[in-house]
Design a protein around this ligand. Structure first.
Ligand code: HAM
Length: 437
């Protein structure tokens, strides 16, 4: 019996996992530059948190949550997103009352949505995100967008597409909803069952409908920009002006409404089409939320946030050859002939204890096998230790790139490695400073 992963889930192993860590570390480094602090919240929460937070009208809550009763008959759900849990943690910890505002959080981890798996769409996937809570200043919206833009640029993305829209404040949305109900009521008999339900729960969601025939009707629907209050209009213009000042190119998309119910004012998504034409949907998305904190039992404070889908970032980077191929190791140790393997083990131990990564071949004592394995392991150097070497106390170190060989007196091994790495770092930094000139 062979066990396979569940549909929509996937293993991330070896070089791929190395690259996931690389992406997450780079995003963490950028988050640190922006003074975000890490928050870790549970994968499992009361279902009600998401029903209230993400919204009863959203597809996520209606159809996609992994919800079940635990052994204490409580309804619990695997997190379908982070924002609600992060806000809950801020409220529970009272950090919003005791610390300087805004609170700036970053987070990373798996999320679960029971969606139909397809290109770039999984049932368990990973998100990296940020939330800025406790400020209503439009520049915090801009800061989130700039964070996303900078991080994607640093990962190597070139032709980014930033889509942006405003959903206005409560008053804007109320009059917009009235206009939508009026418009869609005329067409609803010809629309899908989901849309019939959306009309009752949250007519804005109809704009997101993926049914082709319904999209035709959606194209004729009123636009939010015609229902904005003066304040919302000005706020949105301020956001766009700030992006212009920063030279960040955006595309105003007045059909962008997002799939979660908590948004107001600015909403945005980052899109990217790979060189080979693959389009995985939004690689990151977010927006402003005015009432979520209050809705979840906290003070009346606004927030804004953004989450990246790490799988989608990974896929696009892979398509465009922007990932690390195979991580390097410093040394590969080749025991040759009848040597004492405990002695080899002690050399390996010394090398690793001095901060050099290494692997050794105790499975074979053939030099040909060791060379092949060293190349596959992407080692910088091969260290040959044979009977004669042990007798004379002299090892042979071979640079696998230049093929240069060096005899090293055993007690000098670490000093020689230190020198070689210092020299190669010097050459690299010299080369990169010449490249920059
Ligand atoms: P979201 O748009 O639902 O927003 O998800 C954010 C990102 O997660 C998407 O842009 C996409 O890259 C990735 N993603 C979503 N669904 C899947 C899937 N099934 N498979 C793979 N990747 C996926 C949120 O989750 C909000 N919490 C974002 C936010 C933070 N808004 C304010 N703060």
């Amino acid at each position: 019996m062979e066990y396979n992963v569940l549909k929509g889930t996937h293993d991330i192993i070896d070089v791929d996992a190395y690259n996931y860590s690389y992406i997450e570390q780079l995003l963490t480094n950028v988050a640190n530059l922006y003074n975000f602090k890490e928050f870790r919240v549970p994968v499992i929460e009361k279902s009600e948190l998401y029903q209230r937070g993400v919204g009863e009208g959203s597809d996520i809550v209606r159809k996609e949550m992994y919800t079940f009763e635990d052994k204490g008959s409580r309804s619990v759900s695997l997190r379908p997103e982070f924002t609600a849990g992060i806000i809950r943690s801020m409220i529970n910890s009272k950090i919003l009352l005791t610390n300087d505002l805004p609170i700036k959080a970053f987070y990373c981890g798996p999320v679960f949505r029971y969606e139909r798996p397809q290109l770039g769409r999984y049932r368990q996937f990973n998100q990296f995100g940020i939330e800025i809570v406790g400020s209503n200043n439009y520049l915090r919206d801009v800061e989130c967008i700039v964070f996303g833009y900078t991080a994607l640029k640093m990962l190597g993305f070139k032709n980014l597409e930033l889509r942006i829209n405003t959903l206005g404040d409560k008053n804007s949305r109320e009059s917009y909803k009235t206009a939508l109900v009026k418009y869609f009521s005329k067409h609803i008999d010809n629309m899908c069952n989901d849309c019939k339900e959306r009309l009752k729960l949250n007519p804005l969601r109809i704009l997101d409908c993926k049914v082709i025939e319904d999209q035709e009707i959606v194209r004729g629907a009123p636009l939010i920009k015609d229902y904005l209050t003066m304040e919302s209009k000005t706020r949105y213009e301020n956001v766009l002006n700030a992006l212009d000042t920063l030279g960040i190119v955006y595309y105003e998309d007045d059909t962008l409404v997002r799939g979660l119910d908590y948004y107001s004012e600015t909403v945005f998504e980052f899109h990217y089409t790979s060189d080979n034409g693959n389009n995985y949907g939004a690689i990151g998305a977010g927006g402003h939320y005015a009432d979520l904190v209050k809705e979840l039992g906290g003070p009346q404070l606004s927030g804004v946030g953004l989450s990246f889908g790490i799988e989608r970032l990974f896929n696009v980077l892979k398509d465009n050859d922007l990932l690390q191929k195979n991580p390097k190791i410093d040394l590969y140790i080749a025991p040759v002939g009848e040597v004492d393997l405990n002695y080899i083990m002690s050399v390996v131990y010394t090398i690793r204890s001095n901060g050099y990564s290494c692997e050794f071949n105790i499975e074979s004592k053939s030099i040909t096998s060791s060379i092949k394995k060293a190349i596959r392991a992407n080692a910088n150097y091969l260290l040959i230790i044979g009977e004669d070497e042990i007798k004379n106390g002299i090892f042979t170190l071979k640079n696998l790139e230049t093929q240069e060989q060096l005899d090293i007196y055993e007690p000098d091994l670490i000093n020689v490695l230190d020198q070689l790495y210092e020299e190669s770092e010097h050459v690299h930094s010299h080369e990169s400073s010449e490249e920059n000139n």
